[in-house]
Design a protein around this ligand. Structure first.
Ligand SMILES: [Zn+2]
Length: 314
C-alpha cells in the first residue's frame, strides 16, 4: 500500500471513546443530530425509549436504538470494541486480519471476521463520481491451489478488472472489480459502473477491449515495443496482488478486499481522518446480515447512473 494516512493516535481514540456511553452518544449525534424523524410515520417528536439514548416516537410509539439501521445493528460485543475494530481497520495502512483482531480483543475469530467484513462493506464506493480523463484499464488473475475431496489439487483462478485515473505522473484514483471472466460483456459492466463518458483509455490489445472504441477514445497498448504504455496500471496491479497474498491469501469474498484496497488508495491524500469517515459510513449504511455478507457480489449491484454533481470523491 502506498502513501500515508493521517490517523488518530490510540491515546486520542481512547479519550474519545472510553466507554459504551461515549459510543452511543456519538451514534445518536450522527443519526439524529439534524433532528429526529420516525422511520414508521415521519413524526418529529420523541421521548425516551427506556434504554440509554433509545428514542420512541410520540405518535406511533415506534422505538429505535442508536445502532438500529446502521452497520452496528445487532453487534454481538461491546460497542467500544466495535469502534475499536473500525479504528484498527482504518489506521492500519495494510488493514488487519480477523485473527489479529480476535487476539487483540479476545473475541471469537469468526465474530471478528463477520464484523470486519461489515467495516469493509462501508468502504464500498458510493460512486458519486466515476473515473474520468486519462485512464488505463487492465485485467489480471489471482489464483490459489484448492484441494478437492478426492485429494486432487485444482488451481482456481479469479479474474479482476482494474482501472486507474492518471494525474500528472501519478495516479489519483483506482477501482478494481471481481469479474466472472475476461469477456467484453463483463468488461462492459465494469466500465459502465466506474468510468465516465468521454474518457481516454489505454488498454491491452485484446478482443474483449475492442468494443470500448464505440464509446471512448481508445489507444491499444503495444505488447512489444520501446515504450511500455501501461506501466502505471501494471505497477498498481502488482502491489494489489502482493497485498492480497499477504493479507487475504485465500481471496474468498474477493470484492470486499478489492474495495478495501481501492478505498485506502483513493484516500491517500485525504485531509480529514479516515477513521471518522469510516465511522460515518458505518452509521449511514443499512444493516447487513451474515447472509447478505457472504452472498455479496458486484454482479448483483444495482448500477447507479453516474452523478454529475460535484462531491467529495468517490
Ligand atoms: Zn412514529
Amino acid at each position: 500500500m502506498e502513501g500515508k494516512f493521517k490517523s488518530l493516535s490510540l491515546k486520542d481514540f481512547q479519550m474519545r471513546f472510553p466507554d459504551e456511553e461515549s459510543c452511543k452518544k456519538y451514534l445518536a449525534e450522527k443519526k439524529w443530530g439534524n433532528g429526529f424523524k420516525c422511520r414508521r410515520c415521519n413524526h418529529h417528536h420523541y421521548c425516551s425509549g427506556g434504554k440509554p439514548f433509545m428514542r420512541q416516537c410520540t405518535s406511533c410509539r415506534y422505538k429505535e436504538s442508536v445502532t438500529a439501521n446502521t452497520l452496528f445493528h445487532k453487534v454481538k460485543f461491546r460497542l467500544v470494541h466495535a469502534f475499536f475494530i473500525v479504528y484498527l481497520v482504518a489506521t492500519n495502512k495494510k488493514g488487519i486480519s480477523s485473527t489479529e483482531l480476535s487476539r487483540k480483543l479476545q473475541i471469537q475469530q469468526k465474530t471478528c471476521w463477520l464484523f470486519r467484513l461489515k467495516v469493509l462493506q462501508a468502504m464500498e464506493s458510493k460512486l458519486t463520481m466515476g473515473l474520468e480523463g486519462n485512464l488505463e484499464i487492465i485485467d489480471f488473475t489471482l489464483g490459489k491451489n484448492k484441494i478437492k475431496k478426492n485429494g486432487q489439487v485444482k488451481f482456481v483462478k479469479k479474474r479482476v478488472f482494474m482501472a486507474i485515473e492518471k494525474k500528472g505522473k501519478g495516479v489519483s484514483h483506482m477501482y478494481a472489480y471481481y469479474s466472472k471472466n475476461k469477456s467484453s460483456r463483463e468488461l462492459k459492466k465494469f466500465v459502465k459502473k466506474y468510468i465516465k463518458e468521454k474518457s481516454s483509455i489505454i488498454c491491452p490489445n485484446w478482443s474483449s477491449y475492442k468494443p470500448l472504441q464505440l464509446d471512448f477514445d481508445v489507444t491499444f497498448a503495444q505488447r512489444k515495443g520501446k515504450k511500455n504504455r501501461m506501466g502505471l496500471s501494471k505497477r498498481i496491479a502488482s502491489s494489489l496482488k502482493a497485498w492480497l497474498r499477504g493479507m487475504h491469501g485465500h481471496a474468498e469474498l474477493l470484492q470486499y478486499y478489492l474495495n478495501e484496497y481501492s478505498y485506502r488508495f483513493n484516500r491517500n491524500q485525504m485531509k480529514e481522518g479516515i477513521f471518522d469517515h469510516l465511522l460515518e459510513r458505518m452509521v449511514e449504511h443499512k444493516p447487513r446480515t451474515y447472509l447478505d455478507i457472504i452472498t455479496y457480489h458486484p454482479n448483483q449491484w444495482v448500477i447507479p447512473p453516474h452523478s454529475t454533481q460535484i462531491s467529495p470523491f468517490p
